[in-house]
Design a protein around this ligand. Structure first.
Ligand code: SF4
Length: 354
């Protein structure tokens, strides 16, 4: 494994659309959790040199300085990393402070992922995000004083959102001059506040128009659309997420985290009591050759890098074209890939590779 995901399941407030594995912040629980998380990593890490580490959540930045320092110093002292390490931590706008940024720097974190979502007052209130436009501008400016490698998330397809309000949002995002933007349309997951209120999806034609507006505007402004939901300036693609999309193996530690080790994909329990007792894994699936081949296709075809012919043959033992109907795909010397105009409807195409 060359990558490690670490999950911090605590948030200071709960967003209306969220179905991630998270709890309201509770310092006593945080203390127990960090101790157990460190044990889980100690027991399972096999001393490889890692290329990427990603601390996600929940809201990792919500941790108090002592808990953050305990986790980050453990990682620094115990995990071997390459010189080109990409080391990301997810942050909430309201957690960004000089003290936390200095701590992140001290422990070699070199990339921030900040959940901005929108500048629009109504949208932020609908999503139950606890900041406004001025706070975004203030805290992103502060973060940029320490980091240039930053991602910000944009959420669209919100009920009552129009192409004009989205246009304003995209322009505000571009003005921040951040090298990576992830764009997600609102998904109404079960058991979220929005779903419980019977919220409806926006019209599907409008959803497509919004997707295209984002793509056209970001591309005009120098961003490369490299994965269905992700845009980056040259050299700022998320190497950690590319590990997932390239079907590479990785550690997943923490409550509800998923990983891919040896020939198994596993998911950790979302039950905090079981986790604290050391019963980490709740599901484990053997990845057969067939499943592995299918994962190469389903994950790789989300990106402009597609499925690498050589890597596929080395791992699966057969040529991609001998296993699948490639009539919907483009091909060059090295790879099979989906043309970008098909990404929006990719689910209907990827079904053939399952
Ligand atoms: S901050 Fe993230 S994890 Fe926490 S409630 Fe909001 S969306 Fe969910």
């Amino acid at each position: 494994m060359k990558s490690m995901y670490i999950h911090i399941p605590f948030c200071k407030s709960i967003c209306s659309y969220c179905d991630f594995c998270k709890f309201f912040y509770n310092q006593e629980l945080v203390n127990k959790y960090i101790d157990r998380l460190i044990l889980e990593i100690k027991d399972n890490y096999r001393n490889e040199i890692l290329d990427t580490i990603y601390i996600g959540g929940g809201t990792p930045s919500s941790l108090d300085l002592n808990s953050l320092e305990k986790l980050l110093s453990f990682i620094k002292d115990n995990i071997k990393v390459s010189k080109e390490l990409e080391y990301t931590i997810e942050c909430n706008v309201m957690d960004i402070s000089k003290e936390k940024l200095e701590l992140f720097k001290k422990y070699n974190i070199n990339r921030l992922s900040i959940g901005v979502e929108s500048f629009n007052k109504e949208i932020l209130s609908f999503l139950e995000r606890d900041y406004d436009k001025n706070k975004i501008l203030t805290y992103i400016k502060l973060a940029k004083g320490y980091y240039d490698n930053i991602n910000i998330d944009l959420m669209y397809a919100i009920p009552n959102e129009t192409l004009d309000t989205l246009k304003e949002d995209i322009n505000s995002f571009i003005k921040l001059d951040i090298p990576h933007i992830s764009c997600y349309s609102l998904i109404l997951e079960d058991h979220t506040k929005l779903k419980n209120k019977n919220t409806s999806y926006i019209d599907s034609d409008l959803d497509y128009d919004m997707y295209k507006l984002i793509e056209d505007t970001l591309e005009k402004n120098g961003y490369v659309h490299y994965e269905i939901s992700n845009y980056a300036k040259d050299g700022y693609e998320s190497r950690h997420n590319l590990c997932y999309w390239k079907n590479h193996k990785y550690y997943g530690f923490g409550l509800g985290a998923s990983g891919y080790i040896d020939n198994y994909r596993y998911t950790n329990t979302k039950n905090i009591n079981k986790y604290l007792e050391g019963n980490y894994i709740s599901d484990k699936e053997l990845i057969t050759k067939e499943l592995n081949a299918s994962n190469y296709a389903i994950l790789g075809l989300r990106t402009k890098y597609g499925v690498d012919k050589k890597e596929f043959k080395e791992n699966i033992g057969k040529d991609f074209k001998d296993m699948y109907d490639t009539s919907d795909l483009c091909e060059d010397n090295d790879k099979y890939f989906l043309s970008k105009d098909k990404w929006y409807i990719e689910n209907s195409i990827l079904i053939k590779f399952i």
